[in-house]
Design a protein around this ligand. Structure first.
Ligand code: NAP
Length: 279
């Protein structure tokens, strides 16, 4: 079994990205809007800021109180959409209940939607057209490419159908000529399906739900899950059991999560280039 080392790939790719960004006419700009003081969101935003500054990007951080009015967020997005120094806009999730998440997400101009979460980018991805692809699926494909693991013609099983991971992963794998099956909480024979996977991608949010009896011998296992328990982080896959059966596996932490932040800045560079065609 070989470990798919997200940390190592990130370090290498960060250097490449840093070099390319240093040649641009101006620094790419990323704006992040956060509402409230969710501790996990604070950590994610601070990681984004740290990576952005390391890469030589500008970072605008806008933090609203929990009870902010929706109109103020929409007006801020309009302002950022029109700002030529801003190439990417992220609305940090989750948002409080009183806000219309869909309306807010779709207010972001799709050309600046570096999270790839607008309906326009989701539709473009589904139609296999050029777009900004959601960061976690993009990062997963990058891991597979780095280790020369071909997707074409493979049976790929995805567990989880969220807008953030499962659905865009489905489109991305299909666009790369895999035969794809997607499972969710209503899937009745999960084990029978996961056992058919050459590549098994799990994004559910349940600690160690994938056990050795659910994995085919020699499969590639990608664990997206981040589950916090007793001060540690655990994946959705029972790593200790599954590592002896599979051919490749991503560790948690140190696997997929590492690639997600990197993908944001790869998307930011893409957005910058698309928006500065006179370069
Ligand atoms: P989510 O929106 O909560 O979606 C979870 C999905 O799992 C849903 O589609 C749900 O099905 C499905 N599910 C729940 N129980 C199931 C079961 N028993 N069998 C099969 N499917 C089941 O979660 P998410 O945003 O995709 O995130 C999933 C996990 O990945 C979380 O732990 C999250 O923290 C992590 N994550 C990590 C990264 C990273 O960078 N590493 C990025 C994003 C997310 P239904 O649709 O039927 O409800």
């Amino acid at each position: 079994m070989q470990i798919l080392d997200g940390k190592k790939i990130k370090q290498e790719k960060i250097e490449e990205l840093k070099k390319e960004i240093s040649t641009l006419k101006r620094k790419p700009g990323l704006a992040v809007i956060q509402v409230g003081d969710n501790p996990a969101s604070n950590v994610y935003v601070s990681n984004k800021e740290k990576t952005g500054l390391e890469l030589g990007c500008n970072f605008e951080y806008i933090k609203f109180p929990e009870d902010v009015q929706e109109d103020l967020i929409l007006a801020t997005i309009d302002r950022l959409n029109d700002d030529m120094s801003i190439d990417g806009i992220i609305v940090q999730l989750p948002l409080p209940e009183h806000l219309n998440k869909e309306k807010i997400q779709n207010r972001v101009c799709h050309k600046k939607d570096v999270d790839g979460l607008t309906d326009i980018n989701a539709g473009l991805l589904m139609h296999n057209k050029d777009c900004l692809v959601p960061c976690t699926p993009n990062g997963i494909l990058e891991i597979l490419k780095y280790y020369d693991i071909s997707v074409s013609g493979k049976n790929v099983v995805i567990v989880g159908r969220s807008e953030l991971v499962g659905r865009p992963m489905f489109s991305l794998m299909l666009n790369n000529n895999a035969t794809v099956t997607i499972c969710h909480s209503y899937t009745s024979n999960l084990k029978d399906i996961t056992k058919t996977a050459d590549i098994l991608i799990v994004a559910v949010g349940k600690k160690h739900m994938i056990t050795s009896s659910m994995v085919k011998e020699g499969a590639v296992v990608i664990d997206v899950g981040i589950n916090r328990a007793d001060g540690k982080i655990y994946g959705d896959v029972n790593y200790e059991e599954v590592k002896d059966i599979c051919s490749y596996i991503t560790p948690v932490p140190g696997g997929v999560g590492q690639m997600t932040v990197l993908s944001i800045y790869q998307n930011l560079l893409k957005a910058y280039k698309n928006n500065n065609l006179d370069m």
